[in-house]
Design a protein. Structure first.
Lengths: 677, 525
């Protein structure tokens, strides 16, 4: 018998609002996955991470992949560094003007978010680069020194430098950095030509400023963790890859949204392993739901925002909608039932938690029997010491009663209405990422996770014609689990703006070669062999004159093949293509991936279909106004091959799965629940 | 219609309009569409009543139904057809706004039935006429550009190439027009497909019923909001700086009459229609009223025709708020509409002093220019509008450098502008101190300087260059704007009128300073 291959254990750590989750991938092939949770410590998030590691008995040297909320919170709560911005003189306000639009058309009280670098910390340098990259007003040494001195006099911790057209000619930005460092600026100086060498000054400035704003906070946090956990520490990035702590410190902006990225990566890997590589993620939490369509790969975008601030670094293309378990239901003045975007959050939480009185989606699920007061998630076990969290169906009914009264229906019907409206909101989000982008939902598997996703997944699948739903074994800690799958990767891009008759790929190749050289050097510096990394190239193309680009993979094809690929992508995305129209190459992109070893999860032999041994009780559950006798199963007692016919409810440590009438759930060899009609 | 179905269909219909908008923004060719998103998309029922509109531009809001009505009346629309129009007196607003209307047919019981209409409207950077950018300071519609009455552009899915050729031959940048119109056709077809899919899923009758339900819903919401305004008569008057030909102020007056759950906006006493192009056609006035009503209604009522049911508009024919053919109208849509909003809010502030903001900049600062680019060896035509100060709110200051009220178009990034056109931006900043002082200060305007690198024929259509955005509750008025030219080789700026046409040469620098918003409440000393 061959020896069991030994691979290093990996720990995934995800910080959530209530809990910090740990998933330990075992070093033996057949070892069981370990899941651990500790209460989060928002005042000092590292404390919960270190405490959990101690409780797990994991010391230095073990590979730990961590998704931090530090950067996200610093931006949302405005707790980042005092940050200066240096711009071309006359353009100091670009950051504040933004795109001159207002966030809400009819809301007279709406305001735009405040810029992260306030007016008194924005400084102009006399210089100008033109659209050809020529320095039509050269930066003088005295000018560079002058702006550096003004920045230093303002007493800032971090500096962003963003000059017009610096992506074509970074010389002035570099000289300003030199002057800043000479004048005594610390390490936190970031150039837009390095953070995001792409055109459109506002988006580039915003991205560079966000990066500078969070850098000191991220550095302090990671330095401490790195100290405690050793060189095995890797950080999850918004793009779904991971980097060493040193790599993350070099580009702090890419650590934003590492947690949600982990969820998508986890869902994608688990579904692909189970034979469902075309999948749509449904991550439903307390206040919002994230959806993401993966057509055999994890999709990326370079256009997203955080708290109203645009960010243009690569991120997993996740679409968010304000519908979650805590979303509040109400009837408006016109008599429509609205659900969300207001949320009861974790505090006071849904009415049935015992503190608040607003009716929420969770309350509706409880009234309908899809959630069960006696078997609500694992939270009750965890909280046992601190008073426990039990659900109170009476409070849920009381909260929903006024809605039922306004609608002139029973509480039960009102509850079904709340669930239907929440589902409609989520279905719309899935339509946006599927139908509206040229994908047919019938070709996909819906992978549901987050605390509430598995409760709604079958109804959503039904509405969208999605043939099957997969719920992974640990839907509540999938972000942490996904981190254990994350390869080491780093991405680069730059604007080349190749257009016109003489369109030539040589310039694109040259730019890509430059990115590759820089990337390999970066990886080497952060302790990952750059030569071993696999390079994935891509280009952002558009029709001449358009301003929205489509990213198309590029692997040394000739120009005709590149443009053909673009026409095809355009046809898929927008329903038409114009083969005769000239094409422009706007940006080139490079992704370096250094695959990491990861153990395969164990495959379980399938046993008989009868799931009777896992059945805990029979309870009433309401669907379409009819109360059904539904069996209640314990997820941890289900074995591969078991079949659970609907209507049924499967309860587990971190989530609840609803199997509606007409649906059946089968336990696959990886212990995923696969549900179909 | 029950509360659940109502909410679900509200979301379904607005999703169609929003998807149309997203597609048009990504496929449009001109800077004005792709970068500035100067367009709107909407969905109509079988009678041509607007059911849902994507949250794009309020100025298009109330005026889109007129387009659909005109298309229904004047074009025999069959399956796969698309009508085009821009005639301000027949469904349009001003000539650069080209609207496409497409019927949605479904096959039911073996025959074709009309399920509704989709429409989209985009502001084209040039539609011919006396000056590039088609915002000329002229005295009638014929000088303003090519007038397109409602006609078929697409018949049974096939584009009428001859009509397209005729249109393109009459504009300064034909390739751009062709690209934008193609994108508008694609957008209409997408919307029609989506509405047809919805009908397939739910059935014709049910969809029609829910469209009616949504109109009723918005009406209920609006009546509810009006009922919360104290009944009474509230009058307000303000002025436009001039009609584009003279500096004679053009008064706009309104009396808002609240009676129970109905609102009457009576514009009697406003100036007669003018020789210059500040005339608003009735559809524009309706848009402005609908916008204000929609803001006051507050909640999430879809902006559809139901909002107008409890609203009566009295606008004397032949006045500046209801012009008759062939008066020039290019600025009515963009400037007069803003002042109509100002007088409506000025009147309502007397009824709702704790809710209504002071006046915002009250102009869109339209800048249009064109010519021939010797470096890129092609003609160019460009149009932009510039944000300014937002009026202070009763509990908040106004935002700076932002578009308010009837528009919400984006700016063109400096780097995109310079990649495409023979101009160099010299400054783009916030005009500090231009907002009116008050307990809450008005937002500041913008200062934007462009150096021209080629000969250009330039038109500026702006307002609040003499008059100032009013403050409320003792707050100061915002600063008026200024348009300045510094000729190459000179070191002084000359100030130009609010509305003007100028020939610019390489090296000339044009600077636009936009107005600040009014302040709210007395400033604390």
């Amino acid at each position: 018998m061959p020896a069991t291959p030994r691979v290093p254990a990996v720990v995934g750590v995800d910080i959530g609002g209530t809990f910090t989750d740990f998933v330990v991938l075992p070093s033996e092939r057949d070892g069981a996955l370990r899941v651990h949770k500790v209460l989060s410590t928002p005042d000092d998030p590292a404390r919960a991470v270190l405490e959990g590691m101690r409780e797990l008995g994991i010391g230095q040297g073990v590979a730990v992949v961590h998704g931090s909320t530090i950067a996200t919170n610093a931006v949302l709560e405005r707790k980042g560094a005092r940050t200066a911005l240096v711009t071309t003189a006359g353009f100091e306000d670009v950051l504040e003007i933004g795109r001159q639009d207002r966030p809400s058309l009819y809301d007279l009280d709406a305001s735009r978010p405040e810029p992260l670098s306030p007016r008194e910390l924005r400084f102009g340098a006399r210089e100008r680069i033109d659209s050809q990259g020529a320095a039509i007003e050269p930066l003088s040494d005295a000018g560079a020194r002058d702006v550096a001195r003004r920045v230093l006099d303002a007493g800032v911790e971090s500096v962003a430098v963003c000059l017009l057209f610096s992506f074509l000619n970074p010389d002035h930005e570099r000289r300003i950095r030199d002057a800043l460092i000479e004048a005594g600026a610390g390490t936190y100086v970031y150039l837009s030509s390095e953070v995001l060498p792409e055109y459109r000054e506002y988006e580039r400035t915003s991205t560079t400023v966000v990066n500078a704003y969070i850098a000191p906070v991220v550095h302090r946090y990671l330095a401490r963790l790195r100290n405690e956990l050793g060189s095995g520490l890797r950080i999850m990035q918004s793009s779904g890859g991971s980097v060493t702590a040193e790599g993350a410190m070099a580009r702090p902006i890419e650590t934003i949204s590492g947690g949600p990225a982990g969820g998508v990566v986890g869902a994608f890997h688990l579904a692909r392993m189970a034979g469902h590589p075309q999948m749509i993620c449904l991550d439903m939490g307390g206040t919002s739901t994230d959806v993401c369509l993966c057509p055999n790969r994890v999709p990326e975008t370079a256009a997203w925002e955080l708290g109203g601030l645009p960010i243009r670094t690569p991120a997993i293309d996740v679409y968010s909608v304000g519908a979650g378990g805590g979303s509040i239901a109400r009837i408006d003045a016109g008599g429509a039932l609205l659900v969300g975007p207001e949320s009861a959050g974790a505090d006071p939480g849904p009415a049935c938690y015992g503190k608040g009185s607003s009716p929420t989606v969770t309350d509706a699920n409880l009234v309908l029997g899809r959630l069960n007061a006696g078997y609500f998630q694992g939270r009750s076990q965890l909280d046992a010491g601190s008073g426990g969290l039990t659900l109170d169906p009476r409070r849920a009914e009381e909260a929903l009663a006024p809605i039922a009264q306004r609608m002139g229906t029973s509480t039960m019907e009102a509850a079904e209405g709340v669930v239907r409206v929440a589902n409609a909101n989520m279905a719309r989000a899935i339509r946006v990422i599927s139908v509206e982008r040229g994908h047919d939902p019938r070709d996909f598997t819906l992978v549901a996770f987050g605390g509430a996703g598995p409760l709604h997944a079958c109804d959503l699948a039904e509405a969208l014609g999605i043939p099957r739903v997969l719920v992974p074994l640990f839907p509540g800690v999938l972000s942490a689990q996904g981190m254990t799958f994350a390869d080491v990767s780093r991405e680069y891009s730059t604007t080349v703006m190749l257009r016109g008759d003489g369109l030539d790929l040589a310039a694109a190749d040259e730019a890509l070669a430059g990115l590759l050289e820089r990337g390999r050097r970066d990886l080497d510096e952060m302790g990952t062999p750059g030569d071993a990394a696999v390079a994935h190239r891509a280009m952002d193309l558009r029709y001449a004159g358009q301003s929205h680009e489509l990213t198309v993979p590029y692997d040394g094809e000739n120009l005709d093949q590149v443009t053909a690929g673009f026409h095809e992508a355009h046809r898929t995305r927008f329903g038409y293509a114009d083969d005769g129209r000239p094409v422009e190459i706007v940006n080139v992109r490079l992704k370096l991936v250094s695959p990491t070893d990861r153990p395969e999860p164990p495959r379980n032999a399938e046993t008989r279909p009868d799931a009777g041994a896992a059945c805990l009780a029979t309870l009433p559950v309401v669907y379409q106004g009819v109360s059904h006798d539904a069996k209640l199963y314990a997820r941890d007692r289900l074995r591969a091959g078991n079949v659970v016919p609907g209507p049924a409810v499967v309860v587990q440590y971190d989530s609840t799965v609803a199997v509606p009438p007409g649906w059946a759930a089968t336990v696959d060899p990886y212990l995923n629940l696969v549900m179909a009609r | 219609m029950d509360a659940i179905t109502l909410e679900i269909f509200k979301s379904l219909f607005s999703a169609v309009a929003e998807e149309m908008g997203a597609a048009l923004g990504r496929t449009g060719l001109s800077t004005n569409i792709k970068e500035r998103r100067d367009y709107s998309c909407a969905l109509f029922d079988a009678q041509g009543r607007m059911v849902a509109q994507a949250a794009h531009l309020p100025v298009h809001l109330g005026s889109m139904p007129a387009s659909v009505a005109a298309a229904i009346e004047h074009v025999e629309l069959g399956p796969g057809d698309v009508a085009i129009l821009n005639d301000p007196y027949l469904g349009g607003t001003h000539l650069p706004d080209i609207t496409l209307v497409m019927p949605v047919f479904v096959t039911q019981d073996g025959r074709e039935s009309i399920a509704g209409y989709v429409a989209n409207r985009a502001h084209h950077a040039d539609i011919g006429g006396a000056s590039p950018g088609s915002m000329p300071l002229v005295t009638d519609l014929f000088q303003e550009g090519l007038v397109i009455p409602p006609v078929k552009l697409v018949e049974r899915g096939v584009i009428d190439r001859q009509l397209l050729a005729l249109i393109c031959r009459n504009v300064r940048t034909p390739e751009e027009r062709r690209g934008d119109l193609t994108a508008q056709i694609g957008c209409a077809q997408l919307g029609a497909r989506r509405l047809a899919e919805t009908v397939d899923q739910y059935g014709l009758e049910e969809v029609a019923q829910h469209m009616q339900g949504l109109l009723d819903y918005s009406e209920t919401m609006t009546r509810d909001a009006i009922r919360r305004i104290p009944s009474g008569r509230y009058a307000f008057q303000d002025v436009l700086d001039g009609d584009g030909l003279t500096d004679e102020p053009v008064p706009i007056r309104v009396e808002v009459i609240i009676e129970g759950d109905t609102l009457t906006a009576d514009f009697s006493g406003s100036a007669p229609q003018t020789a210059g192009p500040v005339n608003a056609v009735l559809a524009v006035t309706q848009s402005a009223v609908l916008y204000v009503v929609r803001c006051v209604a507050g909640e999430s009522a879809p902006a559809n025709q139901g909002c107008l049911a409890p609203v009566r508009i009295v606008a004397p024919e032949g006045s500046v708020v209801n012009a008759t053919r062939p008066a020039a109208v290019s600025a009515g849509n963009v400037e007069t509409s803003q002042r109509i909003v100002d007088v409506l809010f000025g009147a309502l502030a007397q009824a709702l002093p704790e809710r209504i903001p002071a006046a915002s900049q009250g102009t869109m600062n339209n800048l249009a220019f064109g010519g021939y680019d010797p470096v890129r060896r092609r003609p160019f035509a460009y149009y932009e509008t510039i944000g300014g100060g937002m009026g202070a709110r009763p509990s908040l200051p106004g935002d700076s450098a932002i578009h308010t009220h009837m528009t919400n178009t984006l700016n063109t990034p400096v780097e995109a502008l310079e990649f495409d056109l023979p101009v160099r931006v010299r400054e783009y900043s916030i005009r500090r101190g231009s907002g009116g002082r008050g307990r809450h200060a008005g937002g500041d305007g913008v200062r934007r300087s462009l150096e021209f690198l080629a000969e250009a024929d330039c038109t500026i259509v702006s307002d609040r260059r003499t008059s100032r955005p009013y403050g409320l509750a003792g707050g100061e008025a915002g600063a008026s704007g200024r348009n300045l030219i510094r000729r190459k080789g000179y070191d002084v700026d000359e100030e130009t009128p609010a509305k003007t046409r100028i020939a610019l040469s390489p090296g000339d620098v044009l600077t636009i300073e936009t107005p600040g918003g009014g302040g709210w409440g007395e400033a604390v000393p």
